[in-house]
Design a protein around this ligand. Structure first.
Ligand SMILES: C[S@@+](CC[C@H](N)C(=O)[O-])C[C@H]1O[C@@H](n2cnc3c(N)ncnc32)[C@H](O)[C@@H]1O
Length: 310
């Protein structure tokens, strides 16, 4: 069982976050589209800020600051906006937006983390031919895998039990701990948004994926591509006492309307019609079935606002 190769968790961490790692050398928007890249997402978040009277918005894993820039245009300087990101501050970010490498100790207002948890590396395990659960090791250059030591994990037993030879899982403990650490700093509302699964629909062979330049590609932790895995959202929610909603439900509560404009508007005000049609298209993308609408919002509301949880 002696392999020269690291565990998936070690290789994944280096691939994304070492000096030459994927997120040190590029921006997410160059590789994939997220809700944060759509202006109406920020419009919905600004609605949440207004309803809850948040003094501060912290965007954890802020990418290129796209959501914060859109929020700044909507909210002005009255609300403190802070991006937390391991990547450098984007050069075109409005000067009043703060940019930090780590979360502040206290957050008074709203904490959002869109598509952060799926990038937190996990140990990956697989059941061998004798029914023993083993750590999966990986060659960072080729992506070739071997099985390592036996793994005994309470998290697996509780959240993602696997027993059949060939079945795999990603151990979500690192995500639970990371989000609990973030939420503990918040007085207000904390929301993690991500793709994921619950105990009823875990993917039997795990969900490791890689993306680069807008397309899915072979999963290799070599630093040239993203490495991601869906989030065990029920486990994370339990760790922080969060309410779970789909993005479709959450954005609906914030008033997002994906309905098409009335056809008469095309005659009476063609420009308004085209603008409304474009907005409906963007809203449709944010709430799409089998798309962004199926993302999970994990909402912890420490002040009992109830905006999204009631
Ligand atoms: C998939 S991207 C999402 C970016 C943005 N939230 C969006 O939705 O477009 C993940 C981001 O998380 C950032 N990231 C990962 N770990 C981080 C950490 N511990 N602190 C701050 N940013 C982190 C990466 O640099 C990357 O920009």
């Amino acid at each position: 069982m002696n392999s020269p190769h690291p565990s998936w968790r070690e290789a994944w961490t280096a691939a994304l976050y070492a000096d030459e790692g994927f997120y040190r050398t590029g921006r997410p928007i160059d590789h994939f589209r997220t809700s944060a890249h759509l202006g109406l997402f920020a419009t919905s978040i600004s609605e949440l800020v207004r309803r809850e009277g948040s003094a501060t918005v912290v965007d954890l894993a802020a990418g290129g600051g796209e959501m914060l820039t859109a929020l700044h245009a909507l909210l002005g300087d009255g609300v403190e906006l802070i991006g937390v990101e391991i990547a450098d501050r984007p050069t075109n970010l409005p000067p009043s937006i703060g940019w930090l490498p780590e979360l502040p100790d206290r957050i008074d207002g709203l904490l959002i983390a869109n598509e952060w948890l799926d990038n937190i590396p996990c140990d990956v395990v697989e059941v061998d031919e004798s029914g023993v659960v083993r750590e999966v090791l990986v060659d960072p250059e080729s992506g070739e895998e071997t099985l390592g030591s036996e793994v005994d994990s309470a998290w697996l037993r509780e959240w993602w039990p696997i027993a059949e030879p060939g079945e795999r899982a990603e151990i979500g403990e690192t995500r639970d701990g990371a989000w609990a650490n973030a939420v503990a700093r918040v007085s207000g509302t904390a929301i993690a948004i991500d793709y994921g699964h619950t105990r009823d629909d875990r993917p039997p062979y795990g969900s490791l994926r890689s993306y680069v330049s807008g397309r899915e590609t072979e999963v290799i932790p070599d630093g040239t591509r993203d490495v991601t895995a869906h989030v065990a959202v029920d486990s994370v929610a339990t760790a922080v006492g969060a309410t779970i909603r789909t993005q479709r439900e959450a954005l609906g509560k914030l008033g997002l309307d994906a309905g098409r404009p009335p056809l008469e508007l095309a005659t009476t005000d063609p420009t308004a019609y085209l603008n409304a049609l474009a907005a409906a298209g963007e809203a449709g993308e944010l709430v799409a079935k089998s798309g962004l609408g199926d993302f999970w919002w994990l909402i912890t509301d420490t002040r009992g606002h109830g905006t999204l949880t009631a």
